[in-house]
Design a protein around this ligand. Structure first.
Ligand code: ADP
Ligand code: MG
Length: 712
């Protein structure tokens, strides 16, 4: 059974090369991957409406019996229409499918189906166009909650659901799902958790909201436990190890400060002092500090200060960023600063040429390069430091631990241990930071540099499209630049799939960066320069586009969230976010932070057609709140702590909106989080190496969590 878990996805019935390659786009290669590919939301199909009493234009579930055999007519060579009549005790309705002639053989007169779709009323007769459907068996009715999966072009939700169902089959006996267990049984018992099988199957196909909540609890607890355990174990190993930080003394900071071009804010000064005192303390443990602060609060300058203290003491510094764009930007800002003070710097990226990499490695090993800025490439086993005094990570806290652990073997100096400074991109609510990063010391920039303007923010729907395009033009003509952020890269199957029509809110068409850029360029702004950028482009192309945008050669940049963190183009004056309901508030705040970085007045427009009241209320917060921490607190209250927790992919989870709130009002999750963190601390205390037999599964999970970072 365990073997089948690791089997390629093609072992499943009806999954051939085509589907496998589509799945690969979503990172799904094995049966196990598919089982752990969770829905992003659920449709509530339990709320059944009467077809003749229901208001039109709203998506609902209906229980309807087929009255007439389906008839298909050809409209043209490639178009067909299939129609039949259905009824419930409120009256009759018609069901229409376009270009799906096969449904003719699906629906039998007299059988009852549960339909899900948007009801139209033309001339008084209710009509469902291309609704979703399931055969309804009264003695075993289908579950109320229907999963909606993250998809990719060519793969629709129905197919995905069927694939997931078939993946479960071999693991299910007598209706009970057995999957390889990932938590020790003593913890499952102690905390009253579901088994891995029950939780994973419960998240895909929940019996009801209560069942869904139980499944979610178990998986959330597990994720938090492993993460927290990783941090605790790492910290403990570091404290137990007989290496010490390099002895350092506080150096005169004038050479650095006089080159910055601005005076530190009070908050920056405080953080800088905290860092300097950590790094120069005698006989102390190495620094493990989280530097937090709102977008634009000036974290980079504080990091530069920390780096300066280390290099002025003759030590080396590594600064790691999550993307090449960000690494290059840091390099552009910091290299001239340090070079002008006589310290050699280097930029080390995955895309750096082999010969140049070799040169950089040599310079690092000889201690000639003082400051190395880069991405994951810094974790290469050949990237050895001579005397590494400080590790700085931007935007990804987990990196720091992974990197420092890796660097224990990557430094030639085996007697010392580097300090660590992690910068956080998303303002993390203090309550969260204290629980999750309780092991780290915190420096907080609670003040923005003077003279910042507020980015006026608007929430609009599709009916504003014309006016919005006019506004874009106005900005461009006034010499400003525009970002348009879309939630998808390429046109998704969601709007094209055969079962799209009926889905309403949950499957609202997503604006896709590549396609939308084409449309804008060809149809709306033929006289302006429109570019696009997304995470799937190779690094060189991304850089070229970003540089062209920074050089004001592109007026309108259509992108995915790759531009979300850190990127700095002061001439950008307008940020438009399409399908804004798809983003977390903190993420929207990050995106908004990409504009208003220069002297010109800047604006942010959130476009959403969502009619969901909660969603609109949530987005409205952005119009009235400009403080990232207050926004983060709102996110925490409304969506629970999930968004602020590092996810497997690396960064913070900020994607996909749950259509209805799955968290027990946030508060319940906070309690669970606290339990998981306390549990992790207790385990790390009693079994610091996780060497006890009963903790074997945890050891494996912790290893995989951090290894993912190092080998990525
Ligand atoms: P973040 O905290 O979001 O990483 P950055 O470090 O990118 O912010 O800083 C944002 C901008 O503010 C940069 O252009 C930086 O040069 C500028 N900046 C930082 N500190 C100050 C300051 N004390 N006074 C004026 N400008 C500053
Ligand atoms: Mg930054």
């Amino acid at each position: 059974m365990t073997n089948f878990f690791h089997a390629p996805i093609t072992e499943l019935p009806k999954v051939g090369k085509v589907r496998a390659s589509l799945c690969a786009k979503l990172g799904l290669k094995t049966v196990g991957d598919l089982l752990y590919h969770f829905p992003r939301s659920y449709q509530d199909r339990g709320d059944i409406r009467k077809v003749c009493l229901c208001e039109p234009e709203v998506t609902h579930a209906f229980l309807l019996t087929v009255a007439t055999p389906p008839k298909t007519a050809k409209l043209s060579r490639s178009m067909s229409i299939t129609k039949f009549t259905v009824f419930d005790d409120s009256g009759k309705a018609s069901v229409t499918f376009f270009n799906q002639p096969f449904v003719k053989d699906v629906f039998c007169v007299g059988a009852t189906y549960r339909f899900f779709g948007k009801l139209k009323k033309k001339g008084g007769v209710p009509e469902l166009v291309s609704p979703q459907y399931e055969l309804y068996n009264e003695s075993a009715p289908p579950a109320d909650l229907y999963p909606v999966y993250p998809l990719t072009a060519g793969l629709n939700n129905k197919t995905m659901t069927a694939m997931v169902k078939s993946a479960f089959a071999p693991f299910t006996r007598d209706g009970i799902c057995y999957l390889p267990e990932t938590l020790p049984s003593y913890l499952i018992e102690e905390y009253g958790l579901l088994s891995a099988g029950a939780a994973v199957s419960g998240l895909h196909f929940p019996s009801d909201l209560g069942g869904l909540e139980k499944a979610r609890r178990r998986l959330f607890f597990e994720q938090m436990l492993v993460f927290s355990l990783g941090i605790s174990v790492n910290r403990r190993q570091m404290n137990a190890c007989d290496r010490k930080p390099f002895p350092m003394e506080k150096k005169d900071d004038q050479p650095l400060l006089s080159r910055l071009g601005f005076a530190f804010t009070g908050a920056q000064r405080r953080a800088a002092d905290e860092i300097a005192s950590d790094m120069t303390a005698k006989n102390k443990r190495p620094m493990t500090r989280l530097l937090s602060g709102d977008v634009g609060s000036g974290k980079t300058a504080v990091a530069a200060y920390a780096a300066y203290q280390a290099v002025a003491n003759g030590l080396q510094v590594s600064l790691m960023a999550p993307t090449e764009i960000l690494a290059r930007q840091h390099y552009k800002d910091l290299a001239p600063l340090f070079e002008s003070m006589g310290y050699a710097t280097a930029l080390l990226l995955g895309s750096t040429r082999a010969a140049e990499k070799k040169n950089i490695y040599a310079g690092m090993q000889r201690g000639q390069i003082s400051l190395v800025i880069g991405t994951h490439a810094l974790l290469n086993e050949n990237a050895l430091f001579h005397s590494l005094g400080l590790v700085i990570t931007d935007e990804q806290h987990r990196f720091g631990f992974a990197q420092r652990a890796a660097l224990l073997s990557q430094t030639l100096d085996k007697a010392h241990y580097p300090h660590m400074l992690a910068m956080s991109a998303t303002p993390i609510p203090r309550t969260m930071a204290l629980i999750v990063y309780g092991d780290m010391d915190l420096s907080h920039l609670n003040e923005l540099p003077p003279g910042r303007q507020r980015v006026d923010t608007f929430l609009v729907d599709e009916s504003y499209r014309q006016r919005l395009n006019g506004f874009i033009r106005k900005q461009a003509e006034a010499g400003g630049q525009v970002y348009i952020v879309c939630p998808a890269v390429e046109s998704d199957s969601e709007e094209e799939s055969e079962d799209a029509g009926g889905d309403g809110e949950t499957l609202m068409p997503l604006k896709a960066a590549v396609n939308y850029a084409q449309t804008l360029k060809n149809e709306i702004f033929p006289d302006l320069n429109v570019g696009f950028i997304h995470g799937k482009m190779n690094a060189a192309d991304k850089d070229r586009v970003m540089e062209a945008f920074a050089a004001n050669e592109i007026h309108i940049l259509v992108s995915t969230t790759v531009i979300e963190v850190g990127v700095n183009v002061p001439n950008a004056t307008l940020m438009i976010v399409e399908n804004a309901d798809r983003f977390g508030l903190s993420q929207l705040h990050q995106l908004r932070g990409r504009v208003g970085r220069g002297s010109k007045k800047a604006y942010c427009v959130l476009v959403s057609d969502s009619k969901n009241e909660k969603t609109r209320e949530r987005l409205t917060v952005m119009k009235t709140t400009y403080d990232g921490y207050r926004i983060a607190e709102q996110d925490l209250a409304q969506r629970g702590p999930g968004d602020f927790l590092p996810s497997k992919g690396g960064g913070l989870r900020q994607h996909g909106e749950m259509e209805f709130n799955l968290s027990p009002a946030g508060g319940g999750d906070m309690e669970l989080l606290r339990q998981a963190v306390d549990c992790a601390k207790a385990i790390a205390e009693s079994d610091p190496d996780l060497s006890e037999e009963k903790n074997a599964l945890l050891k494996k999970a912790v290893g995989e969590l951090f290894e993912g970072d190092i080998n990525a």
